[in-house]
Design a binder for this molecule. Structure first.
Ligand SMILES: N[C@@H](CCC(=O)N[C@@H](CS)C(=O)NCC(=O)O)C(=O)O
Length: 204
């Protein structure tokens, strides 16, 4: 399985998942020109040219982070990256994946991190942030994971909370989230994933 990534983008969550479950994957860095090392345009894998995206040995391709993360979770031993299918916890995990993708990643960080957004979009995102961070903070107050045990939702949340400083999001105003992020960064799978991508980020 190939996983297409950009250092410290949301695709970091897929690397954390692979590390956590000790699965085999080849990580392919997507060049800024969006032409892959094998000469194909990245758009044949990911129509929006977004990371993360996945291509398995049978030629199946999949884009959209929450789908790729759920696919990886289903390759792992049961309970390692996601609650068992058809359980309430499984749907709770999907709820958080969707919340992170829409309300946090795209709803807050995207406008704050692109040079193309204007002041009005930035102000809007900063205005929406407290209610959304408060919800996450309440969920993680006194518990280590978004749902029961570690899941790909935690991996995704960690990947986006890593952007706070870059996006000037005052995470220190949410001590529960700040503490959770610090503890999560010490988790061996997370530490290994971040260590693998840090030199690539610094070289970019
Ligand atoms: N809807 C996509 C969005 C993924 C996304 O925004 N990826 C960013 C990195 S975090 C990206 O590839 N950006 C490249 C670009 O905007 O050209 C998903 O949920 O996977």
């Amino acid at each position: 399985m190939k996983l297409y990534f950009t250092p410290f983008a949301c695709s970091l969550a897929t690397r954390i998942a692979i590390e956590e479950a000790e699965l085999d994957a080849e990580f392919v860095l997507v060049p800024s020109g969006r032409i892959l090392p094998d000469g194909r345009p990245f758009a044949v894998i990911s129509p929006m040219e977004y990371v993360p995206a996945m291509e398995n040995s049978g030629g199946m391709v999949l884009s959209e982070g929450t789908a790729v993360l759920t696919y990886i979770a289903d390759l792992a031993a049961e309970g390692v990256l996601a609650p068992a299918p058809y359980t309430l916890e499984r749907y709770q995990m999907m709820r958080w994946l969707n919340f992170i993708a829409t309300e946090i990643h795209k709803g807050i960080f995207s406008p704050l991190m692109t040079r193309k957004s204007g002041e009005a979009a930035r102000e809007w995102a900063l205005g929406m942030m407290p209610k959304r961070f408060e919800l996450l903070s309440r969920q993680l107050d006194g518990q280590d994971y978004l749902v029961g045990s570690f899941s790909v939702a935690d991996a995704y949340l960690l990947a986006v909370l890593n952007w706070c400083e870059h996006a000037s999001v005052p995470i220190a105003d949410w001590p529960v989230l700040l503490g959770w992020r610090a503890r999560m960064r010490q988790r061996p799978s997370v530490a290994r994933a971040m260590a693998a991508e840090m030199p690539l980020l610094q070289a970019a």
